[in-house]
Design a protein around this ligand. Structure first.
Ligand SMILES: NC(=O)c1ccc[n+]([C@@H]2O[C@H](COP(=O)([O-])OP(=O)(O)OC[C@H]3O[C@@H](n4cnc5c(N)ncnc54)[C@H](OP(=O)(O)O)[C@@H]3O)[C@@H](O)[C@H]2O)c1
Length: 278
């Protein structure tokens, strides 16, 4: 995609899943890319994979280890990253964690980490790079939310609240940054075949599994392609996948129908499997 040629792109969570898939497309299209993640080994492995996709040997493809929940560390890393890339045109906030479970069993640490990483991690990254965006008066920021950022889903109270918060933050940000010509996008991926999805499948309550059972799982390559196309079109709302777009439409325009379907499915499930945890 020509729009990304020579663009300087920073991706939090670029060492795995959707973020890594986006970095590979970008490298292929001639962008200068910096990925951010915590685990150094995972970063290095991803870096080699992304470099192998680069269109030209002189392209900058680099990695920085930082925790998005650590505001000060991220702020400090930002200037080094901008220097290395020679600027910043696009910031993609893909860093995130999830931990589905029954509300009453969800430990304090999970409630805290969802907000600190999924929500504050996004806020911290935006604030760390904002001075450059505001000074140059152009650029794009894409924040990754989730299906559970536009509708509540059983088992995702902690994660869903953080992903709704990302949407609220992005809506305000969009207005704040209007005079600076900075475009904001929010991305709502459905279930996507990534390491995070495989991990959460091990602990999902059966009710959550029953609700998402018929929904098609997308590939990270397709989700990231939809994300990158949306950003290049300056779209605010990016909903990858046809089934996901239908669900998004229904939840926005016919929320009572969605509630009737979801609560009906849950009741049907509990009729067959009486509640053990209640
Ligand atoms: N997969 C899905 O089904 C799905 C659906 C909807 C939304 N999403 C959202 O999409 C985004 C990407 O998810 P994914 O499935 O691609 O996950 P993934 O494969 O687990 O990748 C997550 C990335 O975020 C990084 N990360 C996590 N915590 C971090 C922190 N505190 N600081 C810096 N980096 C951190 C990870 O690296 P380190 O762990 O090494 O730091 C990794 O690079 C997330 O925001 C997720 O919530 C995913």
């Amino acid at each position: 995609m020509d729009w990304y040629k020579d663009k300087k792109v920073v991706i939090t969570g670029g060492s795995s899943g959707i973020g890594k898939a986006a970095a590979k497309w970008l490298a292929q299209w001639g962008a200068q890319v910096c990925i951010i993640g915590r685990d150094a080994t995972r970063l290095e492995t991803a870096l080699q994979e992304i470099k192998a996709c680069a269109a030209a040997p002189e392209q900058t493809v680099t990695a920085v280890s930082a925790d998005v929940a650590d505001r000060a560390a991220l702020k400090e890393a930002a200037s080094g990253i901008v220097k290395k890339l020679g600027g910043i045109d696009v910031l993609i906030n893909s860093a995130g964690v999830t931990f589905p479970g029954y509300l009453s069993d969800t430990p304090d640490t999970v409630w805290d980490s969802m907000m600190q990483i999924d929500y504050m991690g996004t806020v911290n990254a935006v604030r760390a790079f904002l001075p450059w965006f505001m000074e140059q008066r152009h650029g794009s920021i894409a924040n990754i939310s989730s299906v559970v950022g536009y509708m509540g889903v059983f088992g995702y109270a902690a994660y869903g609240a953080a992903k709704f918060a990302v949407v609220g933050f992005s809506e305000c940000l969009r207005q704040d940054l209007l005079p600076y010509n900075i475009n904001i996008s929010v991305v709502y991926p459905p279930d996507t075949d990534t390491p995070q999805w495989h991990e959460e499948n091990k602990i999902k309550p059966p009710e959550t599994r029953a609700l998402s059972g018929t929904i098609k799982v997308m590939r990270p390559e397709d989700v990231s392609l939809a994300l990158l196309k949306g950003v290049s079109r300056r779209a605010f709302t990016i909903v990858p996948g046809a089934m996901n777009r239908f669900t998004y439409f229904m939840s926005r325009h016919l929320p009572t129908v969605v509630w009737m379907i979801v609560s009906g499915d849950l009741r049907k499930y509990w009729k067959k499997h009486p509640i053990a945890h209640a």
